[in-house]
Design a protein around this ligand. Structure first.
Ligand code: ZN
Length: 147
């Protein structure tokens, strides 16, 4: 049990270290990872804006986080719940039962991301942003925070 907990902590530590290094690199250079699907097609994939959503969350700017990737923002608590439950059981027993609600979260994630991926590319819904609109919205939201 203790070895499994240490192993998991090591893996989470590595992921956090990479994430923190990317965060520092991005904050210093403003160079982020670009989505290949978006670069090739011009459309937003369901994951576009995920990094910026996480950066906005770090800044505790909830409206901006929702703006960048609303689907991931609202799915995040479900993913965290599955992660905690799954690894709690793994650490405690060494094996994990695939619970019904894990499958429900997986189906929910799949359905939400498909619908969101289509809807955000319908420009008349206002969910498709360009870089300029992105900047403008970011400025508005940032100012709104201090009103
Ligand atoms: Zn993308």
């Amino acid at each position: 049990m203790k070895a499994r907990a240490i192993n998991l902590a090591k893996n989470i530590g590595i992921i956090l270290a990479v994430g923190i290094a990317y965060y520092i690199f991005f904050r210093l250079t403003r160079i982020g990872i670009k989505c290949p699907f978006n670069q090739i097609t011009g459309f937003l994939c369901p994951g576009c804006g995920l990094s910026r959503m996480l950066l906005a969350l770090i800044d505790l700017n909830i409206p901006l986080a929702i703006y960048y990737n609303a689907a991931a923002f609202f799915l995040l608590p479900f993913w965290v719940a599955v992660f905690i439950s799954y690894y709690y059981e793994y650490i405690k027993y060494g094996t994990v039962k695939m619970r019904m609600w894990y499958k429900a979260v997986l189906v929910l994630t799949f359905v939400v991301l498909i619908v969101f991926g289509i809807a955000r590319n319908l420009t008349h819904l206002g969910l498709h942003y360009s870089n300029n609109e992105d900047f403008e919205f970011s400025r508005i939201i940032t100012n709104w925070r201090y009103i």
